[in-house]
Design a protein around this ligand. Structure first.
Ligand SMILES: *Cc1c(COP(=O)(O)O)cnc(C)c1O
Length: 416
């Protein structure tokens, strides 16, 4: 492997012969659309094969490939019929797409706290449930599975849907079950910064045929799954065009076949790095909710206080998660200082919402305090926007891991 990208997710470092072979098959055939005639030798069936193999990998019944993680989330929400007046509980530490997809569905995002795992705090979910709550959207942030056992219990108790945002956790698992296969629907992203990539793209998964049919229809102008059967004249719903094309499908197919290999490499590297810096006074780690199942894309340090974390960040040339940009609600100017109805304004009267929530900086004090103390060290996801510009990558040899561990040790000596 000769590529040295310098940033991006682990999959983007491992674009190679396999991706090229799948892609060239499509280019050589000259046929780029996801649907084709079974007896047409030009039709290479990459997208449909991707859907089948990904479903098998996860142990789910159905998968729908789409053009991004964001459209996958909107597809999940729409499949569940979530809309005006419905509240969806989502963490304040996530990528904006988790929140914006709820807004564009014209539902109400209800921001909830995270705990020291940097994923949804179950206690706060309970506090945020109202009669209007329809769904919980746990985000397996930075590859760490959410507390899915407790979250599923809460959901059952209150009859809520669960949409797993697995954009940052492809291939991970919780208590032996792959992420995405636990809630009602799961969403994945194939963007360059994720575990595996096709540049952009997304996948929706579910075990429920009804939801599959609705998700498929929404992503493809209301058609029945795979456009089998006669659909014209019988389309029961309207939809969008969020379809994936064969070029993306080809690359994605080669990448999903590498998932378990990628995760094993990351876990090995993370273990080495973590062991090398464990025991240094002042260094702690975020809670991992499932050590075997987490993706090990990053190593998150949790310092005793903000001062130590900031000092560490300055010396390492990185920032605490509070200041890492994109993924913190305090930095989402699109939603701050706004009320529900003005989140997504329309030029005429906005649809009536159940209630008005105001979104403002520091509305989640527990989340703020945790992010103030946290620093991301890259293992496989090298992304300044995620606060992980410092660390190693999936191609780093042992010497590089040792050098980073040494630097961390030196910094801790200097600042303590
Ligand atoms: C990246 C990401 C998304 C959106 O995926 P895109 O493919 O970029 O649209 C959604 N949720 C989370 C948590 C993400 O990290």
């Amino acid at each position: 492997m000769t590529i040295k990208p310098g940033f991006g997710g682990p999959g983007s470092y491992l674009i190679g012969e396999e991706e090229k072979r799948e892609l060239m098959e499509v280019i050589d055939s000259g046929y780029l659309f996801r649907y084709g005639s079974e007896d047409d030798p030009r039709f290479k069936r990459k997208v449909v094969t991707l859907e089948k193999e990904f479903a098998t990998l996860l142990g789910v019944k159905y998968a729908v490939a789409v053009n991004s993680g964001t459209s996958a989330l909107l597809t999940c929400l729409t499949a569940l019929g979530i809309g005006p007046g419905d509240e969806v509980i989502v963490p304040g530490y996530t990528f904006i797409a988790s929140i914006s997809s709820i807004i564009v569905a014209r539902a109400i995002p209800v921001l909830a706290e995270i705990d020291e795992s940097l994923t949804l705090d179950p206690e706060d979910i309970r506090k945020k449930i109202t009669p209007q709550t329809k769904a919980i959207m746990p985000v397996h942030m930075l590859g760490n599975p959410c507390h899915m056992d407790v979250i599923m219990d809460i959901a059952r108790e209150h009859k809520l849907f669960v949409i797993e945002d697995c954009a940052q956790s492809a291939g991970g698992s919780f208590h032996g079950k792959r992420l995405g296969n636990i809630g009602d629907l799961g969403e994945f992203s194939l963007n360059i910064f994720k575990t595996i990539t096709a540049g952009d793209g997304g996948i929706v998964v579910t075990n429920d045929y009804n939801l599959y049919e609705r998700a498929f229809g929404f992503h493809d102008q209301g058609h029945k799954p795979l456009r089998t059967g006669v659909e014209v004249g019988k389309r029961s719903m309207v939809g969008m065009d969020f379809r994936m094309n064969e070029l993306t499908g080809a690359v994605a197919l080669a990448q999903i076949r590498k998932i378990d290999w990628i995760l094993s490499l990351l876990r090995e590297k993370k273990k080495k790095l973590k062991e090398a810096i464990s025991g240094i006074p002042g260094i702690g780690f975020r809670t991992i909710n499932d050590e075997k199942g987490e993706c090990a894309t990053l190593l998150t340090l949790l310092f005793p206080d903000e001062k130590t974390a900031s000092a560490f960040g300055e010396k390492a040339g990185t920032k605490t998660l509070s200041h890492s940009g994109w993924h913190v609600y305090n930095n989402m100017e699109q939603i701050l200082q706004k009320k529900t109805a003005t989140l997504y304004p329309c030029p005429y009267d906005c649809p009536a919402y159940g209630k008005e929530i105001e979104y403002y900086a520091h509305m989640l004090p527990k989340t703020d305090k945790i992010l103030d103390r946290a620093i991301n060290i890259s293992v496989g996801v090298v992304d300044k926007g995620l606060g992980s510009g410092f660390g190693v990558n999936i191609q780093s040899p042992d010497e590089e891991i040792e050098a980073v561990a040494k630097k961390i040790t030196t910094i801790m000596k200097e600042i303590s």
